[in-house]
Design a binder for this molecule. Sequence first.
Ligand SMILES: *Cc1c(COP(=O)(O)O)cnc(C)c1O
Length: 428
Amino acid sequence: MAASAELFQHAQKVIPGGVNSPVRAFGSVGGTPRFVAQAKGSRMWDSDNHEYIDYIGSWGPMVLGHAHPEVIKAVQEAAELGLSFGAPTSLETTMAELICNAVPSIEKVRMVSSGTEATMSAIRLARGFTGRDNIVKFEGCYHGHSDALLVKAGSGALTLGVPSSPGVPAAFTQHTLTLPFNDADALAELFKETGDSLACVIIEPIAGNMNFVEPAEGYLQTLRELCTEHGTVLIFDEVMTGFRVALGGVQELYSVTPDITTLGKVIGGGMPVGAFGGRTDIMDHIAPKGPVYQAGTLSGNPIAMTAGIKTLQLLNAPGFHEELGKKSQALLEGLKSAADKNGIPLACAHAGGMFGFFFTDAAKVSTLDQVMACNTTQFNAFFHAMLDAGIYLAPSSFEAGFISIAHSDDDIAKTISAADKAFASIGG
Ligand SMILES: *Cc1c(COP(=O)(O)O)cnc(C)c1O
């Protein structure tokens, strides 16, 4: 801890809060964030050389495990050829084809450098395409930090208790309508009132920024039908879930087809990458083919494309996501029985390589209100007990967990045994 504490102190002198993204600062759980020196497979080492089994995976991207040798080798070879050209490369077409093949609703795709850019651009496109201004988002869903989407957002915005942010003029969010997640009646009512004014609805089809909340039965289908009926563009924000819950994302799992999908995280394999894609008739509104402007100096960067391409190729292996899902299931079943044994009420859920657990009496958590009602005191104590035992979980009860294909049965067994002790220590 000594080295991390010192590095954190030093960082705070020159970086606001000592971090470049808020949740990393451990604000909601307290204590000192671990400064990471290195990671390999399922493991990560901090600057004090403590070893952790990592369940954050850089917040999703590291689905193959850290520093996969084939990805590292490909990136090293690409770097020799030059870091950026500002001109098209065949790598970008290869990446686009990998995405279009895995996610059939995506007929054409534009690469950007972050998930924030992807959602921001998708919304501009939906507005340009429909000629409408209003957009709908859901409470507790996070779509990056652009102004119009920073309303009742999840992730760090929930952790900090700041439902929206200073610095966002009210005028910039007046066209952002918010609805509770998983409330089909509220959805139907809004569409009845004002459906024909809605450019788009953007949703995390499995919400991963208020812990891990799955859509209620039929909810996404209802949303799809209402959008179709009113000429509203349906955007699935699969920045987190894309290539992680299944090869084709949540839309594959639930058989619902959005008009536009946003991607990020996994598709960059650890490099800064985002993408938005969908129906050709919509995507062709983007410049230079169409009038909706969108651009990026480093978009489609050759090193980032190389890391992403190699990652996507490797997770196209037959049975990849089934195996990932089995690992999540083994982990969550283990956590649940350890909690039961120690008299701690816990609700668990998972899909592919993504999971959530809630300190609650509820059998299943499906609304933001339920998430907010969970026992954060227990979570924080559990988090620190696990961290001390070398298990690195997200430092907030509003974040999802991530497992990689590199997590072994032994890693999972160690985690469950640590959880058993941690549950015992926090008391029933
Ligand atoms: C992480 C995330 C974003 C933002 O992506 P960045 O790369 O952090 O800008 C957007 N939407 C969802 C669902 C995310 O999980």
